[in-house]
Write a protein that binds this ligand. Structure first.
Ligand SMILES: [Zn+2]
Length: 315
């Protein structure tokens, strides 16, 4: 009997060391802490701000991986089953993640953060580019990119705080402090966007995929998106032509591309109409370089603001 136990113990240690040595964003939950899993980088940052050292956090998406089509690994699904709470975005944003979340036992609290904000419909394209993106659902459904609004981020901070403090082990005053300090940074960010984008020569942004509906909504801009709500909804040649024409009609001088997406289409349109290119980051996932350089939600949004002020000639 004793030797069997030793074999089991050794097998367990091997399994543990394999788990710790594996690559990817996920790490095993630490014992003695609230086990929280999140499906996207901005939620990770909220949970860290509110939960601090009281939570052990697992992020499903490895650095730089596309977020929309991400499929959790079997190991991640197993790990999710032992979580206390999972924060994610529903509404078809990450279908495979949603399916994995739906399969979890009742012991795991599942919180769809889309439900804590006021959703806007997927924004229609400007005249001349309407409805021409192949295979895309237009105006049918809500835009899931809610975190690109600092105001929405504040609402999600409150939802995360309210959820975490329902766990008896959780220190509520500590969570309130963390939430308050992140919320005040987000309020300042929102104020910076409001003043920075108040007076601009143009209010039309041409983006790589339709991720900036909330930025457009909050700060009174109009978005022309090259790809659809998901970057895999690629435009036809006819749509690209229409986007170029519309961009020219609106005297667009800058075409935006994304760090984690191929930039060819944005650059092609920019070349065609003699515009410059700038990066707008969707903050769906951070690249390894961004993580190494200490970038975070607020710093990336400040870079987005600077790129918008430059591209729209704001004063
Ligand atoms: Zn997206």
């Amino acid at each position: 009997m004793k030797s069997v136990r030793i074999v089991l113990l050794v097998a367990g240690l091997v399994a543990l060391s394999t788990a710790c040595g594996s690559s990817g964003a996920s790490t095993s939950f630490e014992p003695g802490k609230l086990k929280v899993a999140v499906s996207l980088y901005p939620i990770e940052e909220i949970v860290r701000a509110v939960g601090g050292s009281q939570v052990s956090l697992v992020e499903l998406i490895p650095p730089g991986e596309p977020a929309h089509d991400y499929e959790p690994t079997p190991r991640q699904v197993t790990e999710l089953q032992s979580a206390d709470v999972v924060f994610y975005f529903g509404g078809g944003f990450q279908p495979s993640v949603e399916k994995a979340v739906a399969s979890l036992p009742d012991s795991v609290r599942k919180v769809d953060l889309l439900k804590s904000v006021e959703l806007i419909a997927v924004s229609k394209q400007l005249a001349g580019t309407e409805g021409e993106v192949d295979g895309e659902v237009l105006g049918d459904g809500s835009d899931p990119h809610v975190w690109l609004s600092p105001t929405n981020m504040q609402l999600m901070v409150e939802q995360v705080r309210a959820t975490l403090v329902t766990f008896p082990s959780f220190d509520a005053p500590d969570a309130a402090d963390g939430a308050a300090s992140f919320t005040s940074m987000l309020a300042k960010l929102d104020a910076d966007f409001r003043s920075g984008l108040a007076s601009c020569a143009s209010r039309v942004i041409v983006t790589a995929h339709r991720a900036f509906g909330y930025v457009a909504h909050d700060y009174n801009l109009e978005q022309i998106a090259i790809a659809g709500v998901s970057p895999t909804d690629e435009p036809s040649a006819k749509t690209l032509e229409a986007i170029s024409r519309s961009a020219q009609d609106h005297k667009v001088t800058t075409i935006y591309f994304e760090t984690n997406l191929p930039a060819e289409l944005s650059k092609m349109i920019a070349d065609e109409i003699g515009a410059a290119t700038e990066v707008l980051d969707t903050i769906e996932t951070l690249s390894s370089d961004q993580i190494a350089s200490g970038a975070d939600y607020v710093s990336l949004m400040q870079s987005n603001l600077a790129a918008l002020e430059k591209g729209l000639a704001c004063s």
